[in-house]
Design a protein around this ligand. Structure first.
Ligand SMILES: CC(C)(COP(=O)(O)OP(=O)(O)OC[C@H]1O[C@@H](n2cnc3c(N)ncnc32)[C@H](O)[C@@H]1OP(=O)(O)O)[C@@H](O)C(=O)NCCC(=O)NCCS
Length: 191
């Protein structure tokens, strides 16, 4: 039976599981060179964004987690996107999605530049991390970034993650950050 795709709510955002209605907004973001600078460097075509949405819908149905579009509630615009998903060592995504179940879960984010520097990535990150720890019996949550992606590293810091070092994920070497369940619980209780 397909798993449920879950919508999340934060103070300024609605996090909606990817859907065809997000195509224009997601492509407007993913075709910008400054957005993909540390994410392979290739702006996304409209067809590629459409394929990603289809794949993400399969991920939601298989795993019960994947990518959300961040909708700014005041304007209804797609402000960004983020994920809780299984990490993999290979660059290419496998056809068999079940084969990734049991790998570490990672959290990820990106924003359209019009929405940078407003705290929205960190706000969404807190909501997605809560979803990950509440929905899955994981001991820890990981995040990976290009070592030069300082802005993303600051979002990881604000979430309470610490850097574990350089590790091989996605067919390359990335700075890997982690927050344990105990650390996340302490963050939540304000301790
Ligand atoms: C990574 C990325 C999402 C970070 O975006 P960001 O806007 O810097 O991060 P946040 O949304 O958390 O905003 C935090 C900033 O907003 C500021 N801010 C302004 N108003 C704020 C508010 N009301 N609440 C909180 N922070 C606020 C903070 O001071 C902080 O600035 P600082 O880092 O200079 O201290 C963005 O650079 C991006 O989309 N990059 C391209 C895609 C990418 O590389 N993704 C990550 C791959 S690993």
């Amino acid at each position: 039976m397909p798993r449920l795709a879950t919508t999340l709510h934060t103070q300024r955002l609605r996090l909606e599981p990817f859907d065809a209605r997000h195509l224009d907004g997601l492509n407007a973001m993913n075709r910008m060179p400054e957005v993909v600078r540390f994410l392979g460097g290739q702006p996304e075509t409209r067809d590629q964004t459409a394929s990603v949405i289809t794949r993400v819908q399969r991920c939601w149905a298989t795993w019960g987690t994947s990518w959300w579009a961040f909708i700014e509630t005041s304007s209804g615009q797609v402000a960004g996107a983020g994920c809780i998903q299984y990490l993999r060592r290979d660059a290419a995504a496998p056809e068999d999605l079940e084969s990734l179940v049991g790998k570490p879960l990672e959290i990820g984010w990106r924003l359209h530049p019009d929405f940078w520097r407003q705290g929205l990535a960190s706000e969404a990150a807190r909501g997605m991390a809560a979803f990950a720890f509440e929905r899955f019996p994981i001991p820890e949550l990981l995040a990976v970034r290009h070592p030069d992606n300082v802005e993303s590293g600051r979002v990881m810091d604000r979430l309470g993650m610490h850097q574990r070092g350089l590790e091989p994920w996605y067919g390359t070497t990335v700075a890997t950050h982690v927050i344990s369940r105990a650390e996340w619980l302490r963050t939540r209780s304000g301790a």
